[in-house]
Design a protein around this ligand. Sequence first.
Ligand SMILES: [Ca+2]
Length: 484
Amino acid sequence: MNRIISSLFFCFHLVIGFSTTQVLEAQERSQATRPPNILFIAIDDLNDWTGTLQGNPQATTPNLDRLASKGIVFTNAHCAAPACGPSRSAIMSGIRPSTSGNYINKSSLIHNPILNQSVLLPEYFQRNGYFVCGAGKLFHGYHFNQELKGRGFDEYYPSKRQDLPSWKGLRFTSRPPLGGWTQRVDWGPLHPDVTVDDHPDGKTANWASKKLLNGNLKEPFFLGAGIFQPHLPNYAPQKYFDKFPLDKIQLPEGYLENDLKDVPAAHAKMAHNPWLKRIRESGQWKPAIQAYLACTAMVDDLVGQIIDALENSKYASNTIIVLWSDHGFHHGEKGRWGKYSLWQRATQVNLIWVAPGITRAGSTCGRPVNLLDIYPTLVSLTGHTPPPDQLEGKDLTKLMKNPKADWQESTVTTFGYKNYGVQSERYRYIIYEDGSEELYDHHSDRWEWTNLANRPEYADLKKRLRRQLPSHHQKDGVTYEIKN
Ligand SMILES: [Ca+2]
């Protein structure tokens, strides 16, 4: 319809004698007012082992790097909570976990009145005239499949009751190394006959690419593609494992034996697991790292496929791209295997934006930002009015235009009631519910090995960072029982 109006407008002004320049300018203005489409790409459990964040020199992510070269990378971006459920609930509602009480993976979304009554991001765009479609893991799986059941989406692949495409067809040459233990924590190359198209993430990427290339999407659209890897289990075709020969795998640079000596006991109250111990005992530390790198390389290829499809589609010049990962991941650092901590390993995320006419190609921004900022930024970039009294993040448009612009001193991650991590450009401050603290100086201590919290010279800094904490701490929300 916009095109028809635009053409009529063009003819009308030629008839009444406007100059060609005036008409072209008017046409440009008309196009500029077309609401932009949104390509929303989520990646699960991807930490800073990427070319853009440089957390591990062994990681290779040429497609993420290419995407970054088209727009802006936020190099100091953090999750609202270091777990799939609360992180994604905060992204999709724009509400802090400390406001909603949605703190852990078992926190319900629809039985939480604050979240249930909020306008969720897909619903928001649907209500503003967008065609909203998605595939793969965008919300936490339980929230999408059992609670929301496609709420806010016009179309979902594979269905509004199933976010992840089927794992059927994934075969192995031999049993994965820890296959007898639990499939949730497992890894290994797939049978040589299995291709990336057979992988659930390959199916998600194929669906998104076809949607873009077919050119039949009703505009404006919001298209979400949720990639599940490198979340465990880390299964990928053999060719991705071959990129990272086992004898070349390095243990994480941030690993330090006895790193927890100067950390208060409260950290152990965070959901913990025995994975690192078991991985080390079974001689699987390097194979598990190899698998994470292999799956990340596969994810990177799939991101490349989706952005290529956008570039080759008719939507390329009027589509905002936002790519995010939901939290980081420890590979042994601080005795952990997984997320669920308030250290940088678990809170730092990938956040890349390409906003036509706003972002400058190849820019980076080190200001502290949060995944909570995605919702208000999309509202701002599309020129809509935010839902009243809901969004607690900040509009990042200002930093897209000027990455050095004045900004808030820090950003906050929450894990559980009254446990907070505060990240400024230089420092990380952690305070647990019992009042115990940690402080790290990233200028001299990238891996957070030396806790400075008890040193008197940092008292004023800690006080200042404490002021960034939310004033309200909602009690834990309702949890759900997983029904088998
Ligand atoms: Ca996750």
